[in-house]
Design a binder for this molecule. Structure first.
Ligand SMILES: Nc1ncnc2c1ncn2[C@@H]1O[C@H](COP(=O)(O)OP(=O)(O)OP(=O)(O)O)[C@@H](O)[C@H]1O
Length: 709
């Protein structure tokens, strides 16, 4: 491995797909077999290069995570980014480097060159190249200023960084793109990437060695104390064993802690991806309040499943060792029978606890659901309901929850007391026949030690099992979310339509054939035999009476709902071939007014929701120009902070008509090939409506408008 300049190891941007492949191979990430052909056609618009790279990673069954940072803070995210693709500017133009690792000292970066050899470069060279992308004309200006100061070497580099850091304090840039498995990838691939098997094996090994050490210490001290062999040599051996336990315990805690952290990050990623990909109808099935309640419960799932499984595994190791020592002690077979009987009794009690935990969880989710529903309907209740009836149901729910909680707490306290204290008297009773038969003192000591150890292990196993049973109950309530994370990935290896690529003339952009759809729980299909062909550039008006299924159709087109049966093709590719994100990037929609939402945040954020955030100056310019065209210019001039004005529940309250134009602008700003507007003009006066229609006609590449006849 040699130390090189960045130029020599950078890949030309057209070969970014190959760089991703090389990076995946070196980082031991799974690749599809056979490998798909990756596109070399870099989009002309630089702001779409990210989408092109994402499509390449997806074709490999992987994903790229964008790392945004300020100009002066590149080191931290880049230091943790590997394996990552990093964009740089070389003398040949745009290029990427494949960052495999950053040394633990943070001094060197290991990069994969285009011939797939490994090279070392100073990490500072890489960060300087990343920063240089955002420096533009300010870099040479700073260099000229510094030239006059006479500063040289590291001092000059520090001064340059400080100078540009101040000037570009609010300039954001992409530090890198971490290559990783998507959350919906197979669990075994995730575990392999985390080296989960090895780490678990190491954990078990350490736990076994520690227990063997503890038992040996008991044996040594017991023998010394009861047989009068407590000479200094034995004591030294005992002390040395005790000292060895300290680093071993520390290593066990470290292995367990880091593994738990990685696994819990994985579970959280899956839950987050699933929560965002949950089909609309699934999320709504029990009401939005229940959905929020279930999402809250997911935090408990992570804690209980991981803590519970580690505690149980370690406790089982303790228990097996304690049982084998017990069998060798004065209690012999009686000891094993006593231990087995006690464990069976505890298992019955713990299983009963699961029932109580489920009742308690249901009461908790129910209460969250009722609270959220009440918050959503707050204004209506204020206007319509008698004040004396406002809190009736809340009192009942609270009483139900308090009862379930009390039952769980009381019963858990009883079970835990029995688990921690119950075994010891039973085990000592089992030792009595051996003691009466005149067993040697050292054997008795070991028997007592084993009983103490078994009692501790049963206590820990009970805690672990309770947590695992609780995790099972919580898992049931978040299972739809985890399932949605799996379904959100589409088929790796397919090559979705790259952004901006032209389609052959004869190819329909969107094709719907014999689509049928029935809402879950509804007896009749709302759509049957629906067919539609839309070519690039066409303007389509969909009309129908209220309740005829127009919005349902729009939500299927925009990817919010599954398609039911039938065929749905975009650019000739079936819906299942696309990821949710990939489909969404091609078809943008403005759902009906009551389904759309002004997010609490700046107006700019609301307008540019479909683009990368924070916005570039160009994004803001386009958003402002579009607002002017839609007749929102006067509103912008009234807002003290213009585009950066806070809007939404806690900010500037937009009128009905203003909101509907923000929704139209939001859809147009996504740069999608097709724009679907569902009754988007209902709140507009005739003059504004004509203005908005003209703007939409001019801006949408292909348009589908849904309206009442
Ligand atoms: N989640 C759902 N579960 C069951 N039925 C539903 C669901 N959503 C909509 N429906 C029903 O499906 C039918 C079509 O609804 P949709 O909103 O698509 O109609 P629409 O043509 O857009 O109506 P409108 O013009 O009044 O907005 C309606 O009868 C509606 O009650």
């Amino acid at each position: 491995m040699s130390e090189e300049t960045l130029e020599a190891v950078a890949w030309p941007i057209e070969r970014a797909g190959e760089a991703l492949e090389a990076l995946a191979r070196a980082a031991r990430l799974p690749l599809p077999n056979p490998l798909p052909a990756l596109s070399h056609a870099v989009p002309e618009d630089p702001s779409r290069v990210g989408e092109w790279l994402d499509a390449a990673a997806h074709a490999l069954g992987l994903e790229l995570k964008l790392l945004y940072t300020r100009h002066g803070e590149v080191e931290t995210p880049l230091g943790r980014a590997a394996p990552a693709l990093v964009e740089v500017v070389s003398t040949q133009g745009s290029a990427v480097v494949a960052l495999l690792r950053v040394s633990s000292s943070g001094q060197t970066a290991r990069l994969i060159a285009p011939d797939e050899s490994l090279h070392k470069v100073p990490f500072s060279t890489l960060t300087a190249a990343v920063r240089a992308r955002a420096e533009g004309h300010q870099g040479p200006v700073a260099d000229r200023v510094l030239e006059r100061t006479g500063l040289r070497g590291p001092q000059r580099a520090t001064a340059r960084r400080a100078l540009l850091g101040l000037q570009l304090a609010n300039t954001y840039l992409v530090a890198g793109r971490t290559l990783r498995l998507p959350p919906g990838a197979r669990l075994r691939h995730h575990l392999r990437a985390l080296r989960g098997g090895w780490r678990l094996l190491l954990l078990l090994l350490l736990a076994g060695v520690i227990q063997a050490g503890v038992l040996s210490m008991w044996w040594l001290i017991g023998r010394g104390a009861f047989e009068g062999q407590l000479d200094p040599g034995w004591l030294w051996a005992w002390a040395l064993m005790g000292l060895t336990m300290v680093p071993l315990q520390a290593a066990l805690a470290w292995v367990q802690g880091t593994l738990v952290m990685d696994l819990s990050a994985l579970l959280r990623r899956q839950l987050l991806a699933g929560a965002l990909a949950l089909p609309v109808d699934e999320a709504r099935r029990g009401g939005i309040g229940e959905y929020v309640g279930r999402t809250y419960e997911s935090a408990g799932l992570e804690q209980m499943s991981l803590a519970g499984s580690f505690a149980s595994v370690l406790a089982v190791i303790d228990l097996v060792m304690a049982a084998s020592v017990m069998a060798a002690g004065p209690a012999g077979g009686y000891g094993l029978v006593a231990l087995g009987g006690f464990c069976c009794g505890m298992a019955v009690l713990v299983a009963r606890q699961a029932l109580l935990f489920r009742r308690w969880t249901e009461a908790r989710v129910g209460m969250t659901h009722a609270l959220i529903e009440r918050m959503l309907g707050y204004r209506t209740r204020l206007a319509q309901e008698q004040p004396e009836r406002w809190h009736d149901e809340e009192d009942q729910e609270l009483a139900h929850y308090a009862k379930a909680s009390e039952q769980w707490d009381e019963s858990t306290a009883r079970v835990m007391t029995l688990a921690r204290r119950g075994l010891l008297p039973v085990a000592i009773l089992a030792t009595l026949p051996g003691v009466l038969a005149g067993a040697p003192a050292a054997r008795i000591a070991v028997g007592v030690g084993a009983a103490l150890m078994a009692a501790r292990a049963v206590g820990a196993l009970t805690v672990g099992s309770l947590a695992l049973l609780g995790a099972r109950v919580l898992f049931r309530s978040v299972r739809p979310i985890l399932k949605a994370a799996k379904c959100s990935e589409g088929v790796p290896g397919a090559s979705p339509l790259s952004p901006g690529a032209a389609l052959p003339e004869e190819q329909a952009l969107l094709e719907v054939r014999d689509l049928a759809f029935r809402h879950p729980g509804s007896p009749r299909a709302v759509l049957e035999g629906a067919s539609l062909v839309v070519r690039s550039g066409e303007r389509v008006l969909l009309e129908g009476p209220s309740g005829s299924g127009k919005s349902t159709f729009a939500s299927i087109l925009t990817g919010l709902r599954g398609q039911g049966s039938g065929l749905l093709l975009l650019g000739g590719l079936d819906r299942a071939t696309w990821t949710t994100d990939g489909w969404g990037a091609q078809i943008a929609g403005a759902p009906q007014f009551h389904e759309n939402y002004v997010v609490s945040g700046t107006l700019a954020m609301n307008l540019l929701l479909g683009r990368a955030w924070p916005p570039t100056p160009e994004d803001l310019r386009v958003a402002r120009a579009l607002c002017e065209e839609l007749g929102l210019g006067e509103l912008l001039s009234r807002m003290p902070s213009g585009l950066m004005q806070m809007v939404g529940e806690s900010g500037w309250q937009l009128s009905h008509g203003e909101q509907s134009r923000v929704f139209v602008a939001r859809a147009l700003l996504q740069r999608a090939r097709i724009v679907v507007l569902d009754e988007a003009f209902g709140a507009l006066d005739p003059v504004t409506m004509r203005k908005v229609m003209a703007c939409v006609e001019a801006r949408a590449p292909t348009l589908i408008v849904i309206a009442h006849p």
